[in-house]
Design a protein around this ligand. Structure first.
Ligand code: CIR
Length: 261
């Protein structure tokens, strides 16, 4: 067992989701739910015990649990999401996380979305987007520092979250779209760049042993494989209409992070 993954079923109101950089297209709820089941299955088959929380009918974006918390080694930090409509999502995630880890919170005077927080080894990058600000980054830094993490603020453009532009393939290797975030900010890591035809392809999940990835980016997938990684590609295009990608749908708590509970 690699650890626990927290997820949440797709809300029946997902068609009313927040959209920032995408035009609204009708979302097929049943198809989105089938894709979410595919996601859960991939997590389970990769050795994660999935805690799949029940649907929140009134919270359109609640499948994207990543934005509600930042999981560190020995601490979960509940966020204060940048979008007001998403703040009620945090309560039930807090209850789930508190059974696994000590929990702290970002205050209501700051904003932070988990999608803007990239943890790669002991470095934590926080993207300044419409959903996260300097106050959020500095509160996170205060909480993370005693655990041995160094927090760096980075500029990101043209996309919703930092993790739309860069994610970790493993703790040494980043998948990056250099048009949305500068690779120079991530010295010390190996980089795999998205194929220029696939700008949305920088979001993957390191499941340990395999990389979970959307099947809409075959050219970038080949680049990840050529760098020596096993890739599990799944359909996520219906969820992508809500501006969500692979990392957004889970909070991963590796078994080693639970040692302080
Ligand atoms: C939102 O705009 O908040 C949702 N429609 C999409 C959130 C995706 N989450 C993520 O990238 N971490």
């Amino acid at each position: 067992m690699r650890g626990v993954a927290i997820a949440r079923e797709v809300s029946r109101s997902i068609r009313d989701c927040q959209l920032t950089h995408l035009a609204r297209h009708p979302i097929d709820l049943e198809r989105a739910r089938r894709q979410h089941i595919g996601y859960i299955t991939a997590l389970t088959e990769s050795g994660w015990e999935v805690l799949n929380l029940p649907e929140e009918p009134e919270l359109p974006d609640s499948v994207f649990v990543e934005d509600t918390a930042v999981v560190l080694d020995g601490l979960a930090v509940l966020t204060h999401p940048g979008s007001e409509s998403r703040r009620p999502e945090v309560k039930s995630i807090a209850i789930a996380l508190s059974t696994l880890l000590p929990v702290a919170s970002i205050s209501s005077s700051a904003i932070l979305d988990g999608g803007d927080v990239l943890v790669a080894g002991r470095r934590v990058f926080v993207g300044m987007s419409s959903r996260s600000n300097h106050a959020g980054a500095s509160e996170l830094a205060e909480l993370a520092k005693p655990l041995g993490y160094e927090v760096e603020v980075v500029t990101v453009t043209s996309c919703l979250h930092l993790k739309s532009a860069v994610t970790a393939i493993d703790s040494d290797t980043l998948l990056i779209n250099p048009k949305w975030v500068s690779p120079n900010l991530f010295e010390g890591y190996k980089h795999v760049e998205v194929h220029p035809d696939e700008p949305d392809g920088a979001n993957c999940v390191d499941l340990g042993g395999t990389v979970l990835y959307g099947d809409a980016y075959p050219k970038t997938k080949r680049r990840i494989q050529a760098a020596g990684f096993d890739v599990t590609a799944i359909a996520m295009d219906e969820l992508a209409k809500a501006e969500g990608a692979a990392t957004c749908c889970s909070l991963l708590i590796p078994i080693s992070f639970r040692s302080l509970v």
